[in-house]
Ligand binder design. Structure first.
Ligand SMILES: Cc1ncc(COP(=O)(O)O)c(C=O)c1O
Length: 449
């Protein structure tokens, strides 16, 4: 079984559109993978689900959205000198396309990452997803402008590329981050074919789905490769906040002396996903034919103004209020959450070791990686871990996961699955792993494909 869209009953007399005449990417099963997964989750409500990388829902119990908005409004009046009426208008009217909390985000990036970024170089977006779309749209205007993606990858970047008609070039992830030799070869091959790799998407800090942490020498080497082959890096930092305190490596953007990195941020995991606020740092200079220079952020804002007009100022106020309540730091907003996610990840890895001792793993040819942060663990099985096996696993053992092949650009990862630890309590993780161990020991499923 493959992911699909929900069906509709034809009604006589109603207009029908022919799918082949619509956007070709709509026929790509990858675009339906997430809704299919949600559908499976709905069909097995008793199952414990390691599938969604969604935040732990208990965090929302104490959320006081009104307090955060009020805090931001007070900031506009007391610190920025707006009249109360103007402060209200800032929140409730259409707002500037580039964003309203750019100054607070610039301060947070300085406090949290030592990044020196001007507010004018930041665009506040409707989630990180919009930031990806803006970057791809601007950087890849012709079929000869290629996007390289570290493979496997977040479905959002592969999906954005497909929707925009950009053919991605897969560069394999390695245990140290990225296969630099393959990247080098891909750049040379593109040039030989009259094309150009314009950017590489990478999540150096606990990538989704692998949990890989790029080491420091690879970060430096990647920046050098970007310089040598003249491309930009799209750095997605969705999970960096989960690093053990004091152990975080510098972001690519913090190491970037030349403006090679567009930094992509999301408030979904640190604040709340429902706020749909993300942001991008695009401090590259753009020169037009008359020699006039602008910031890339301004050009991206022009695209945004025709896509989503502006990011909800009310939602930005919630994020702004949260940062102000934490002395301007976004990392501090996420500190308690990071503790919980680290605890959950340790718990998941411990439970896997307990329930799947080495003898059973050897007998069943099962293994997994051990990330130091992020939300995810990759498990390798002796059989194809596809949606058919997922359904059988849910029906027989009451546990759900995500097939890793959903995250590969090239059909690889067929024998692997992803477990997410963010959404569950430690008790649910224990019970879920006990069920998962029964699935792994189930010879009927483990010898089937
Ligand atoms: C790697 C990565 N980037 C970004 C996001 C979130 O993006 P958004 O801010 O659009 O929710 C996610 C969410 O799962 C993710 O895994």
């Amino acid at each position: 079984m493959t992911p699909h869209s929900s069906s509709a009953t034809p009604v006589a007399g109603r207009a029908q559109l022919h799918k082949p005449a619509l956007l070709h990417a709509l026929a790509d099963p990858a675009l339906g993978a997430i809704s299919f997964l949600n559908e499976v989750i709905d069909r097995f409500p008793q199952a414990i689900s390691f599938a969604p990388g969604a935040p732990f829902a208990k965090f929302f119990d104490d959320l006081d959205v009104a307090r955060h908005i009020e805090r931001y409004e007070r900031h506009l009046v007391e610190d920025k000198g707006l009249t109360p009426a103007r402060a209200k208008r800032r929140l409730y009217q259409y707002g500037p396309a580039q964003g309203v909390i750019n100054d607070l985000l610039a301060r947070a990036l300085r406090i949290d990452h030592g990044m020196d970024v001007a507010p004018e170089a930041i665009v506040v977006t409707v989630g990180c997803q919009e930031a990806m779309v803006l970057a791809l749209r601007a950087l890849c205007p012709t079929p000869d402008d290629l996007l390289a993606i570290v493979n496997p990858c977040f479905v959002g970047i592969a999906g954005a590329a497909k929707v925009l008609g950009i053919d991605p070039v897969a560069i394999d992830e390695t245990s140290s981050g990225v296969d630099l030799g393959a990247l080098d070869r891909a750049c040379i091959a593109a040039r030989r074919d009259g094309q150009r790799i314009r950017a590489l998407y990478v999540a150096p800090d606990f990538s989704n789905p692998s949990g890989t942490l790029m080491d420091l020498p690879t970060r430096h080497a990647l920046l050098a490769a970007a310089r040598a082959h003249d491309f930009l890096l799209l750095e997605d930092d969705a999970y960096g906040f989960t690093a053990e305190s004091g152990s975080a490596l510098p972001t690519l953007k913090a190491l970037d002396a030349e403006g090679r990195v567009i930094y992509l941020g999301t408030c979904a995991k640190i604040c709340l996903p429902g706020v749909r606020v993300g942001f991008m740092v695009a401090d590259q200079e753009v020169v037009d034919e008359a020699g006039k220079t602008t910031l890339l952020a301004s050009e991206l804002t022009l695209i945004k103004s025709m896509l989503t007009v502006n990011t909800s100022p009310i939602c930005q106020a919630i994020v702004g209020g949260m940062m102000l309540e934490h002395d301007g730091s976004l990392a501090a907003v996420g500190r308690e959450k990071a503790l919980l996610y680290r605890r959950n990840l340790r718990h998941l890895l411990d439970a896997l070791s307990r329930h799947l001792p080495p003898a059973l793993c050897a007998q069943q040819h099962v293994s997994w990686n051990e990330p130091q942060g992020g939300f995810f663990v990759r498990v390798r099985l002796p059989v194809v871990a596809d949606y058919a096996l997922l359904e059988r696993c849910a029906a027989r053992h009451g546990v759900l996961w995500t097939p890793m092949s959903s995250f590969f650009l090239d059909g690889a990862g067929r024998h692997e699955l992803r477990l997410a630890c963010s959404y569950l309590t430690p008790e649910e993780i224990d019970e879920g792993v006990a069920r998962f161990a029964r699935f792994v020991a189930d010879d009927k499923l483990m010898r089937s494909s």
